[in-house]
Design a protein around this ligand. Structure first.
Ligand code: GDP
Ligand code: MG
Length: 259
């Protein structure tokens, strides 16, 4: 049980390479290093602060491990379907000639996104979280061991689609990116302020659909800045390619964020 958000890890996450299909519930890797205590009647006493403190410690280890290999890691978060994988596939196609790119894919089930990333030409490891709704630093550590990225790699960590819990868990990344698509509405920074507050940049994706939806960019920017005054906002269409150069420019500028 994730004591912080109540999601269930179902025996722990399953970390796989594409085509290494494995049902997430088929292996029981849970080491019983529980982040909760059982009371006299067997109830679970959740220790949210302990979970986050342990996660922060592991995240710092990841950060050190990544720095030792000069790897820049970006945590990509959004609601399901905002376009994270599509943006990464296009980014791999455009940038992988210049430097090695690797991806850690987080989803509750399937290796579908890892298959898309691999087809785009990047090395990738899939983490299936079962019913868990976010990645944590320990899952990323295990994925990194499997991925073994080369020195100087640009690493993207695609988090589980969710605008709530991923905001709480430091993974050891250099930068946090939040994607929002214009079909989700311009009020999301007000409804999910924690997510937008932790973002180093917000990609507003699917701008090709702006003529068809009721999304006002100025209103969105005002809402985003109300919870995060310094946040950089990058409108993109991952399908047409509009705005991708600004996204690449932001990546180049922010490869060595010291948090
Ligand atoms: N029109 C439009 N569709 C997009 C764009 N980016 C992604 N999509 C579509 O949105 C759907 C979800 O995209 P996906 O990358 O899987 O989202 P994820 O769940 O955040 O990884 C897919 O059908 C994509 O083709 C975009 O910029 N414009
Ligand atoms: Mg995806």
């Amino acid at each position: 049980m994730c004591a912080t958000c109540g999601c269930q890890g179902d025996g722990g996450p399953v970390v796989t390479l594409p085509h290494e299909h494995q049902h997430p519930h088929s292996s029981h890797e849970h080491d019983h290093d529980h982040d909760h205590q059982h009371g006299p009647s067997g109830e679970v006493i959740t220790l949210e602060q302990k979970v986050l403190a342990k996660n922060d410690l592991l995240a710092e280890r990841n950060r050190g491990w990544l720095a030792g290999r000069a790897i820049s890691a970006f945590n990509v978060m959004s609601s399901p379907g905002a376009g994270k994988t599509t943006l990464l596939v296009r980014t791999i196609g455009d940038l992988s000639g210049a430097r090695p790119i690797a991806v850690i894919e987080g989803d509750q089930e399937t290796t579908l996104d890892a298959d898309r990333i691999e087809a785009a030409g990047s090395s990738v490891v899939q983490i299936n979280t079962g019913s868990g709704c976010h990645l944590d630093a320990d899952m990323v550590r295990r994925a990194l061991e499997k991925l073994d990225p080369a020195t100087g790699t640009l690493l993207f960590i695609e988090n589980v689609g969710n605008l709530v819990c991923p905001a709480l868990f430091d993974l050891g990344e250099e930068g946090k990116l939040v994607l929002i698509s214009v079909t989700e509405g311009d009020d999301k920074p007000l409804k999910y302020p924690h997510m937008f507050a932790v973002a180093d940049a917000v990609v507003v994706n699917k701008t090709d659909l702006l003529p068809y939806v009721d999304f006002d960019m100025k209103t969105f920017v005002r809402h985003a800045q109300s919870v995060n005054p310094e946040v950089r906002i990058l409108p993109t269409s991952a399908t047409t390619g509009d705005g991708m150069d600004d996204w690449y420019g932001w990546l180049a500028e922010n490869r060595h964020i010291v948090r």
